[in-house]
Design a protein around this ligand. Structure first.
Ligand code: ZN
Length: 249
């Protein structure tokens, strides 16, 4: 279901003509044996196909945007090629970080979690693409904006999207101890803070469904009280920036 259908919004037609311009998904055959597991998981699950289908139904584009899985670099967005690149090695690394107990074969819970993280990261890169293609203003750090938009999009576009964002946040918390000393200078906010920010938005989006996050103390009580407002402020900001580009139902 696209966003337009969800909210009954009418596109104001800022993208004057989007005919023939769309989201494209390319999955190269892997060139390295180590990439086969990732490639097969992505193909078999059809999760990325569902993401692209959803995006096509929801957003008008001024230019086609390619989402490209390969043995190349990334995850990143290349504005010159209007292309998001996601390497199979990244997918495998996510699985490795999520699991201390190989093998990966037959571990369906791990595979589902891996796909959750990859989907959220795809939305994070999509945020960079939207900022470029829609010429959106960025107040503050673009990486923080991308985390916000990724979380906003999974929550609004995907059934059980809050859970997807939480899986990604868990991974950020997991890799936090491995950050280098120069992390303070990184374009990304420290992973532990990215974790707490995403968790707060997810909790704030639905305090009933995600009540255990507050009850368990994952979110401290003083912060939990402010999360609904934090999510509302963030979501309203994105709605205002994006609604011109949302396709009418
Ligand atoms: Zn980024």
């Amino acid at each position: 279901m696209g966003l337009g259908l969800f909210l009954g919004m009418i596109s104001r037609g800022v993208v004057a003509d989007d005919r023939g311009k769309t989201f494209l998904l390319i999955m190269d055959a892997p060139t390295q044996p180590a990439s086969t597991w990732s490639w097969e998981l992505l193909k078999r699950s059809q999760r990325m196909d569902a993401v692209v289908e959803n995006l096509r139904a929801s957003f008008a584009l001024p230019q086609s945007l390619t989402i490209h899985f390969s043995d190349g670099e990334g995850p990143s967005y290349d504005p010159k090629r209007t292309e998001i690149t996601l390497p199979y090695s990244f997918v495998a690394n996510v699985a490795r970080h999520l699991s201390n107990a190989p093998p990966l074969e037959g571990n369906t819970a791990l595979q589902a979690d891996t796909l959750d993280v990859v989907e959220w990261v795809l939305y994070h890169e999509l945020a960079h693409a939207f900022i470029h293609l829609y010429d959106l203003p960025v107040l503050g750090r673009e990486e923080d904006a991308a985390d916000a938009l990724a979380t906003f999009l999974v929550i609004e576009l995907v059934e059980n999207g809050g859970h997807i964002a939480l899986t990604a946040a868990d991974l950020l918390a997991h890799i936090a101890p491995y950050q280098h000393d120069d992390a303070f200078w990184s374009e990304h906010t420290l992973d532990q803070q990215r974790f707490s920010q995403v968790v707060c938005w997810v909790y704030g989006s639905d305090t009933t469904q995600f009540a255990p996050l507050a009850k368990s103390g994952t979110i401290p009580r003083h912060r939990a009280q402010r999360c609904p407002d934090a999510f509302m402020l963030m979501a309203e900001g994105w709605w205002r920036l994006l609604d011109r580009f949302i396709k009418s139902a």
